[in-house]
Design a protein around this ligand. Structure first.
Ligand code: NAD
Length: 254
């Protein structure tokens, strides 16, 4: 078991990649704190983990709210005594060319995708510093490295969290804390399905066009990203520090 008894907190784990990671981490022996804004979705993930004999509990919180983020981290520490892994996975989409994005919509994407990484990290770091160890994973995206139409606000946030991972790594390496980032390509999750439905008249044609961008010819699955997160969470990636890990079917280099 690659995460035996490791206490892991995954944000946005009520759906998609976060849920898939929570299930895989639990299979590998982790005790998983399942965060989501939506309590019912978090409980559903916990139910799925328990059905398979894994250990998990739900911690509902809005990761953009300082009081809720602090309380969430405090609850995990209080319950389990430590936090070994933080996977900052929660995120939302943002669509539009820059001049078309209203300030409120811009702020929403910045809030969830950057502030929602900053706050859980801020409250987890002192715990990991005291433990003198931990692994933090930020969810970036291949969009941090390649230009895509209509994705200005979203791309800006994903570039920011990649930079954040590198900068944090320098500050916290002396405490044996690793901070890495995952850069997925297009992964078929509710997040992408919603984006396709709301942004294209013909979502099937949009999927076909996305597939053509991949060297693999296929879109990714949540499990593909969960496996990468497991690797970064575990000691198997001990020599990875401040690194971007691409899980993108070759879209960045294709
Ligand atoms: P998803 O929509 O299926 O899941 C995201 C979860 O985050 C949802 O359950 C949602 O309720 C939760 N969430 C949203 N705001 C929150 C908040 N303020 N506090 C707590 N939870 C909140 O999405 P997904 O596709 O699984 O994406 C997960 C992450 O992966 C996101 O950061 C996304 O940007 C990133 N990503 C996804 C893709 C993709 O193609 N799916 C590609 C690259 C990066």
């Amino acid at each position: 078991m690659r995460l035996k008894d490791k206490v892991t907190l995954i944000t946005g784990a009520g759906s998609g990649i976060g849920r898939s990671s929570a299930l895989l981490f639990a299979k590998e022996g982790a005790i998983v704190a399942v965060n989501d804004l939506d309590a019912a979705k978090a409980e559903e993930t916990v139910g799925l983990i328990r059905e398979e004999g894994g250990q998990a509990f739900a911690v509902r919180a809005d990761v953009t709210d300082p009081a809720e983020a602090e309380e969430m981290v405090g609850l995990v520490k209080e319950n389990k005594g430590r936090i070994d892994v933080l996977f900052n996975n929660a995120g939302i989409s943002g669509v539009g060319r820059l001049h078309e994005i209203e300030p409120d919509a811009w702020e929403r994407v910045m809030n969830v995708n950057i502030r929602g990484v900053y706050l859980p990290s801020k409250y987890v770091l002192p715990i990991m510093m005291e433990q003198r160890g931990g692994s933090i994973i930020h969810m970036s995206s291949c969009i941090a490295e390649i230009g895509l139409a209509q994705r200005a606000s979203y791309a800006a946030t994903k570039g920011a969290v990649l930079a954040l991972a590198k900068s944090m790594q320098v500050d916290y390496a002396p405490y044996n804390i690793r901070v890495n980032a995952i850069l997925p390509g297009t992964i078929l999750t509710p997040f992408v399905e919603n984006y396709l439905k709301t942004s294209y008249d013909d979502p099937e044609a949009a999927i076909a066009s996305l597939k053509r961008r991949q060297l693999s010819g296929e879109l990714g699955r949540p499990e593909d990203v969960a496996k990468a997160a497991l690797f970064l969470a575990s000691d198997e990636s001990a020599f990875m520090m401040g690194s971007p890990l691409y899980i993108d079917g070759g879209v960045v280099f294709g």
